[in-house]
Design a protein around this ligand. Structure first.
Ligand SMILES: *Cc1c(COP(=O)(O)O)cnc(C)c1O
Length: 235
């Protein structure tokens, strides 16, 4: 266990340094970029090791895995992020556990979250997932759907929209990642022009292990990193 924490701490320190360097290169500071440590590849012990290594923002892409880990790791200073697709029938169990849902990709899902949040008397923070890559396998709103959703957003007063999220295309390397990430920023700037005052689009959740530096150059405020944090650890 100690070895695990040590290895993960080294990996976290290395990633934090790279985040700081990329942020400075983009004329920003390390504090402008939040690290969400994605623990989906591993189990409870590894998530606990991430916490021990100082990561307080933990991301899971599958609701079921998030439920299991959140039940096992009841630490007060843990903030769980749901970063993957959320089916509406899983909203009820997920909502009380998470501090931010990155992956709202339909008005129907937003409505369900709003209703459920109302029932448990809380306001749920969310990001809207946008499909910037044109990849049909990926979830996410088109720009027109995003605009429509934002127009209706004020009706849903138990959700707090904080920004946008995207994933770059799998293929295409840095050039395509740059295009996809700058597209999210430009869409955000465009949408923010006539956005209802209740809505904030300040957060941009974009960038993973292989492309987070590119994302930071393009304005990411949240990066979601998994594999790099588990470098050198056998599954
Ligand atoms: C798995 C996952 C990540 C992290 O991916 P790595 O390449 O391992 O850093 C980030 N975002 C989402 C939505 C994911 O599913």
């Amino acid at each position: 266990m100690l070895d695990l924490v040590q290895q993960i701490s080294d990996n976290v320190a290395c990633v934090q340094q790279r985040i700081a360097k990329a942020a400075e290169g983009a004329g920003r500071t390390a504090e402008d970029v939040q690290l969400v440590a994605v623990s989906k590849y591993f189990g409870i012990a590894e998530s606990a090791a991430l916490l021990a290594a100082g990561c307080q923002q933990l991301g899971e892409s599958r609701p079921q895995q998030l439920w299991d880990k959140a039940a096992a790791i009841e630490l007060a200073n843990t903030n769980w992020h749901l970063i993957g697709h959320l089916q509406r029938n899983k909203v009820r169990r997920t909502l009380p556990l998470v501090s931010l849902i990155h992956s709202v990709d339909s008005l129907r899902l937003l409505k369900t979250i709003d209703q459920t949040a109302k029932q448990i008397d809380r306001k749920m923070r969310v990001l809207l997932e946008v499909n910037c890559s044109g990849d049909v396998e990926k979830h996410g709103l088109t720009f027109d759907e995003l605009k429509r959703l934002l127009d209706e957003a004020p009706e849903y007063d138990h959700v707090e929209i904080r920004g946008l999220m995207t994933m770059a295309a799998r293929q295409g390397g840095e050039t395509v990642a740059t295009e996809n990430f700058s597209k999210l920023r430009l869409l955000r700037d465009e949408a923010a022009k006539d956005c209802p005052p209740e809505v904030s689009l300040n957060e941009l959740s974009m960038g993973m292990s292989h492309d987070f530096e590119t994302a930071i150059y393009e304005g990411a405020t949240i990066v979601r990193i998994g594999s790099l944090l588990f470098d050198g650890i056998a599954r």
